[in-house]
Design a protein around this ligand. Structure first.
Ligand SMILES: Cc1cc2nc3c(=O)[nH]c(=O)nc-3n(C[C@H](O)[C@H](O)[C@H](O)COP(=O)(O)OP(=O)(O)OC[C@H]3O[C@@H](n4cnc5c(N)ncnc54)[C@H](O)[C@@H]3O)c2cc1C
Length: 167
């Protein structure tokens, strides 16, 4: 894609990987110059406002198949892919029955347009003070799976935020 301009900055490269391996390799290659793009409801505003200085490579993961799924893994574990949106949670019978606090929280997010595009993963990364899903996921004892070129690790959401009060 051509370089895109925003009011306060621009990105030089917009990558559209079709596998997770390609996305991870691109992150590893560009390091702090790169950000993942999911629904873009936060990131585009941040770029527009110039609060992501040094970021000029966007890695759009929306073409990687299968990342928008909600899967049951065993009796007590439900896995959300990184492209699962707020409205997908609101509409999920599995989550409504087994993990009520999350769809309830997702229903509070913005308006329908935001809930249709915005992902839970993006919401957790931005971690705004006004965030709606972190509390619900903490109550549900959620964990996050982190991928990098060095491998994969699973971290309790409660340990994911280094600046959490009392830690
Ligand atoms: C008008 C408006 C109203 C809103 N109202 C609310 C609200 O009421 N409550 C609330 O909680 N939020 C609200 N939000 C915030 C927002 O919609 C969410 O934070 C959204 O869930 C972000 O998801 P996204 O897919 O759009 O993320 P993006 O904008 O694509 O990305 C956000 C951040 O996460 C990173 N990222 C995304 N996916 C990954 C991944 N898989 N791995 C690593 N990094 C990743 C990006 O690099 C970026 O830093 C609102 C936003 C707007 C614009």
């Amino acid at each position: 894609m051509e370089p895109g301009s925003t009011k306060n900055g621009m990105w030089k490269e917009y990558l559209s990987p079709v596998t997770l391996d390609e996305a991870v390799a691109a992150l590893n290659r560009f390091q702090s110059r790169a950000r993942i793009v999911a629904g873009a409801t936060d990131l585009m505003l941040e770029l527009e406002r110039g609060v992501r200085s040094g970021v000029d490579v966007l890695i759009d993961v929306t073409r990687v198949p299968g990342l928008d799924r909600i899967n049951r893994l065993g009796d007590e574990v439900i896995e959300l892919g990184p492209l699962v949106t707020h409205n997908a949670c609101v509409a999920s019978k599995l989550l409504l029955e087994q993990a009520w606090p999350l769809p309830r929280a997702c229903f509070e997010v913005g308006a329908a347009q935001i809930r249709n595009r915005g992902t839970i993963a993006g919401n957790l990364i931005t971690a705004s003070p006004a965030n709606d899903t972190i509390t619900a996921l903490m109550v549900l004892e959620a964990e996050v799976r982190l991928l990098s070129a060095r491998g994969e690790r699973v971290v309790k959401l409660a340990d994911f935020y280094r600046a959490c009060a009392g830690r």
